[in-house]
Write a protein that binds this ligand. Structure first.
Ligand code: PLP
Length: 394
């Protein structure tokens, strides 16, 4: 009775990822950590690159009298500049510190962008499957989440998105490299999306914004180059973080970058800075802003994730699972051998393997494995994956 009906309702259908994580803790208490194979959480298990620790030590040793104080809401000017310079170098755009708001992770940046853009009842279109928290974030700001199917290989289906667009659409929210599928969008497909949004924005008489959630951008395999949305569409915002590529998700540092070619630039930036403040973040963590300023361009050891990808995908393929080889992230999203993905995940659990049903991501008939775990966990889980597949095949 104490809490709001909306939260009560949200709690009852709350994230599968969290549910499975809690189930994992229960099973580990019974069977011991080493006997439970937990693939539920996208918590990077690699240490941050050595430059992170060096920058942290250096920062701590050189703190000034106001180093722990409040600062301008979008972040320290020198860190905003360092981020803008990095974005400029990586994307070949002219962008300065005035286009950057430093946030509490990519999650903070998403909420900042959505709060800035959405009027009550306006729609946010998201290709499926998608990061489950999007539904809650859109709802935080009075928006309505609408899902658009993707193609069988989880690439963008531009026709499907076109069918969803209307005067009510305010934002199209994409995420690549994608959680949960590991798909990475090509420049051609994002260009096609940009053309579509431009045409519809003109037709409807107000801009539809493209928000691209890219915390896995540096986690790509086989030399793949992810698309650059700034090249595809002017009315665009990138949201991202250092959570996955630097392996510091608990430190909560990310940023939003506004396309320097967006119209209404000043208003959008003022809105995002106001949102960062009034969502209660005030500003992103001060110490981490100083640290990431010094290590722009660094990233976790991708060869370790590539090895883990090959281990898990090799084992799954041998066991008879069908899946798209992830092109980025540390997730793989195989088909379940039976239509009921929840029943399948429960069967895996009997072998002490924890994974998340695809339904949790709007992708039923699949399950997600987060392979950011020890190599031993992967190797020792393979017989269990095989046993369940054999049982299902009957
Ligand atoms: N977006 C996606 C697609 C994610 O997978 C995650 C975290 O798992 C986030 C955003 C949130 O990232 P952060 O921890 O930087 O807030």
């Amino acid at each position: 009775m104490g809490i709001a009906k909306k939260i009560e309702n949200a709690l009852s259908r709350s994230s599968w990822i969290r549910k499975m994580f809690e189930e994992g803790a229960r099973l580990k208490a019974i069977h011991g950590d080493e006997n439970v194979f937990d693939f539920t959480l996208g918590n990077p298990n690699l240490p941050p690159p050595p430059q992170f620790k060096a920058a942290l030590l250096e920062t701590v040793q050189n703190l000034g009298p106001c180093s722990h104080g409040y600062m301008p809401n979008p972040g320290y000017p020198f860190t905003r500049k360092a981020i803008a310079d990095q974005v400029a170098a990586e994307r070949g755009v002219e962008i300065d510190a005035g286009h950057i708001v430093i946030t509490v992770g990519a999650a903070g940046a998403l909420n900042v962008a959505l709060k800035t853009l959405l009027n009550p009842g306006e729609e946010v279109i998201v290709p499926t499957p998608y990061f489950v928290e999007y539904g809650f974030y859109v709802d935080n700001h009075g928006g309505v989440l609408k899902t658009a199917p993707t193609r069988s290989d989880f690439t963008l289906d531009i026709d499907a998105i076109e069918k969803m667009l209307s005067e009510k659409t305010r934002v199209v929210l994409i995420n690549f490299p994608n959680n949960p599928t590991g798909q990475v969008y090509s420049q051609e497909s994002v260009d096609a999306l940009g053309r579509l949004l431009k045409e519809k924005s003109e037709r409807f008489g107000s801009p539809i914004y493209l928000v691209s959630d890219e915390p896995y951008r540096k986690l790509v395999y086989d030399g793949i180059v992810p698309a650059d949305i700034f090249k595809s569409y002017d009315e665009s915002i990138i949201v991202t973080s250092y959570s996955k590529d630097i392996s510091i998700p608990g430190e909560r540092l990310g940023y939003g970058a506004l396309n320097p070619r967006a119209g209404e630039k000043k208003q959008l930036m003022d809105g995002m800075i106001f949102a960062n403040r009034t969502l209660g973040f005030v500003n992103a963590p001060a110490l981490m802003q100083r640290v990431v300023c010094a290590i722009q361009g660094e990233s976790a050891d991708m060869s370790a994730y590539a090895r883990k990808r090959d281990l898990i995908c090799g084992g799954l393929a041998d066991a008879g699972y069908e899946f798209m080889m992830p092109r980025g992230t540390f997730y793989v999203f195989p088909k379940t051998p039976i239509p009921d993905d929840v029943a399948f995940v429960n069967a895996l659990q009997e072998e002490l393997i924890l994974a998340v049903p695809g339904s949790g991501f709007g992708g039923p008939g699949h399950f997600r494995i987060a392979f950011c775990v020890d190599d031993d966990t992967i190797v020792n889980a393979i017989p269990g994956f095989k046993k369940v597949m054999d049982k299902m095949k009957g």
